[in-house]
Design a binder for this molecule. Sequence first.
Ligand SMILES: [Zn+2]
Length: 238
Amino acid sequence: MAQDQQIKDLKKLAKKIARAKRIEHHDALNIVAQKLGHTHWYAAMAARKNGWLPKPDDFAKVEDLLKQAHPDETVEMFGDPGGDRQGQIGPHAYSIEVSMDEVFVRGRGWMVHVPEAPSKEPCVRVTDKRFKVNPIHDPDFVTRALEIANAKAEQVRARIASDWPRRSTMPDANGFAVHPINGSSSDTWFCLHCDEKSNAKSVAANLWHCPHCSASPMDIFSSAWWLEDALDEHSGSA
Ligand SMILES: [Zn+2]
């Protein structure tokens, strides 16, 4: 029984990883198995029949995986998932701030901003033109700064996805997904902002921002009721 519990605990960790990374549970199980030196989950289960069991430091490894995907459940105000707030890129110091699920990495004379919507491009800005030796003019530096900002943004998105119903980030076999705020379910979604239609998979992958215009989840609806209203008014007046 104790043995089953250990496998159950691994499965539980895999479930949390799947949620945070917005991937299928079986893919997360494979990632867990690979971390523990097996080619995939079924190989780990075959090994278990031959006496293999996860050891305490195996659990530590899997918990590390989860931590990378979703640093902690001690979520702070405005969704900052915690972790390092400061660091260095070569000799250049930077700081990270998460505000309303947007990530800002700043150093002297420069800033990198990663918006909440995955469909929105990160933006790199010079904030002090008088600073002559600004490292942001070095493409390698920009690459590194973007990596740091995107890694933090991924943690923020993992936290958002972990808070939502699983069906909001993983549409079912029929392509239906559940809106994370209003709870309605549909395979087709409409944007109040740009009127565009999207399938559930692309909306879910974009964390319920419009895949076309990046409008917020509040603007995404399962029917284009505003267009129908306009149509009704039109036919009423005719
Ligand atoms: Zn839109």
